[in-house]
Write a protein that binds this ligand. Structure first.
Ligand SMILES: [Zn+2]
Length: 425
């Protein structure tokens, strides 16, 4: 039987006598006690074992035995054995396979990071440029880190002027950034004999009073002539191969009195100069012989570069906000890291040409001077000059330029300057 007394707010149950008890709770409690004794193997004094926290609402004061580890006395803790045999026999976890997988994942991750971080910075996929307009193709190539170069031209009945018809390397191939993409560009349908639309019907023939052509060292010389501007709208361009700044499109001037387009005047002078130079035995490369073509300055420079020209002559007319400005001048590149290799040669050629232009044309000498931020000069890799033969914004100059005879004078002055440059030591 159990009796209960209250000590310090805790009901303490004391085991007086287990015999004769028929209460189910009491039997359970006794079983618990026996189990505890079995587990520990140490008999526990009943006085110390059996107690019960007061639980609100608990009416049955039947005793029970807690068998927690924390119930054990300090001496019992040392000999306590867990009743769970599974825990005791659990095998130690083998970490080797997990470490192997982790190492493998780290190596794969490092390779992927290398591909993602390093590979794209040095190589890129070649963009598709075929079918694009030349200026668009060159822009796209540069945006993707490549250097576009026009290496060939082809006539096509189906494709209009200035469209890329093939490229090397082909698109989607992986190539080193900074490497070149060679472009072949359409010249449109093969021109019929006669003047192209929009081009003056002048057939360039040299005046009969010209000196005999000198044959000799000049036959190894190559001059690329670029008639400035075009009839088609020009596009924005980069100032130099370092793409320092964007240069607004320059569609050329128009005669203030005649309305003549600069692109037609320059083309006529260029064809006359070609005629004269070829009679001197000089090899001439023309960037254009029609005005209905889209040729960015960069492409024109590339034509001169690819021809390994001894001199690149860009023919222009002057344009000024001041209508009284008249005369001839000759531009050569400003000195920068791109023009530095051919700066002195360009300057030398410009001085000869300016001198002979003034002699031949008989109008005001505005001198030879540097041209700044000019794509046509900065993209060249050969000596380059840009003579400006009279101002279309000046009535007198415009009327002169409208005359065939004056344009021959300009061509003659250019020819004499070029020969002096080639013959100078
Ligand atoms: Zn111009």
């Amino acid at each position: 039987m159990m009796s209960s007394s209250r000590i310090g707010g805790i009901n303490v149950l004391r085991k007086k006598d287990t015999q004769g008890s028929d209460s189910a709770g009491q039997v359970e409690a006794e079983r618990g006690l026996e189990a505890a004794q079995t587990d520990t193997g140490v008999p526990v004094p009943a006085d110390e074992l059996e107690f019960d926290d007061h639980l609100p609402g608990k009416t049955d004061n039947a005793p029970f035995r807690r068998r927690d580890f924390f119930d054990l006395s300090p001496e019992d803790v040392t000999v306590h054995k867990t009743s769970d045999p599974v825990l005791a026999r659990r095998k130690p976890v083998d970490l080797k396979p997990a470490l192997g997988v982790l190492c493998f994942l780290l190596i794969v991750g490092a390779i992927i990071a290398g591909i993602v971080l390093i590979w794209p910075s040095s190589k890129a996929r070649v963009p598709n440029l075929v079918g694009k307009s030349l200026s668009n193709a060159m822009e796209t190539a540069r945006e993707n880190g490549f250097i576009p170069t026009v290496t060939g031209w082809g006539y096509s009945e189906k494709i209009s002027d200035g469209v890329v018809i093939s490229q090397r390397p082909e698109s989607k191939k992986v190539a080193k950034k900074g490497s070149g993409i060679a472009l072949e560009v359409s010249k449109g349908p093969r021109p019929e004999t006669g003047a192209a639309p929009g081009v003056p019907a002048t057939i360039a023939t040299a005046p009969s009073n010209q000196e005999n052509a000198s044959v000799g060292p000049l036959s190894s010389k190559i001059v690329t002539i670029d008639p400035g501007h075009q009839a088609l709208p020009a596009s924005q361009e980069w100032s130099d191969p370092g793409m320092s700044k964007r240069i607004a499109p320059d569609n050329g001037g128009r005669g203030v009195a005649t309305g003549n387009a600069e692109c037609l005047v320059t083309l006529d002078i260029a064809l006359k100069l070609k005629n004269l130079l070829e009679k001197d035995g000089i090899n001439v490369v023309m960037t254009r012989e029609t005005s209905t073509i889209d040729l960015p300055e960069v492409v024109r420079a590339d034509i001169a570069n690819n021809a390994s020209s001894d001199l690149y002559v860009r023919i222009h007319c002057g344009n000024s906000e001041d209508p009284s400005k008249t005369g001839v001048d000759t531009l050569y590149p400003a000195k920068n890291k791109w023009t530095e290799p051919f700066y002195e040669k360009s300057k030398e050629a410009a001085l000869f040409i300016q001198e002979e232009l003034v002699n031949s044309c008989g109008i005001e000498d505005l001198g030879a001077m540097n041209g700044y931020d000019m794509p046509g000069l900065n993209w060249s890799r050969v000596p380059v000059v840009e003579p400006q033969a009279g101002f279309l914004t000046n009535t007198k100059d415009d009327n002169l330029l409208a005359g065939d005879q004056f344009r021959w004078k300009v061509a003659w002055g250019l020819r004499n300057g070029i020969l002096k440059y080639f013959n100078s030591p």
